[in-house]
Design a protein around this ligand. Sequence first.
Ligand SMILES: [Zn+2]
Length: 92
Amino acid sequence: MINCRDCASALNPYLDRELSDEDVVQVRSHLEACGGCLHVYQFEESLRRLVKVRCRQQGAPEWLRERITVSLAMERIRQEQRRRPPEMRGAD
Ligand SMILES: [Zn+2]
C-alpha cells in the first residue's frame, strides 16, 4: 500500500497515464480507501479538463495568430506595390 505522500506525487503521472499498471493499481486502491486523496485527485482531474476545454475554445495559439496577421499584412503591401505604375516598381 502506498501512503498519502506517494499518492500525491503519483497523481500527475497517473493523470498523464505515465504510470506502470502496477502503480496504477496502487494509486487506485489508495484513492478508494482515502477520501482526502480522492478529493485532490478529482480536483486535479477537473482542472485538466478545464484547461483542455479552454485550449479548444481559444483555437489558434497566440504566436500562430500573430504570424497569420503579419503574413496578411505583407500580402497587402505586396498587392499595393503591384497596383503602382511600372516606373514606380523596383528591379523586378
Ligand atoms: Zn491518501
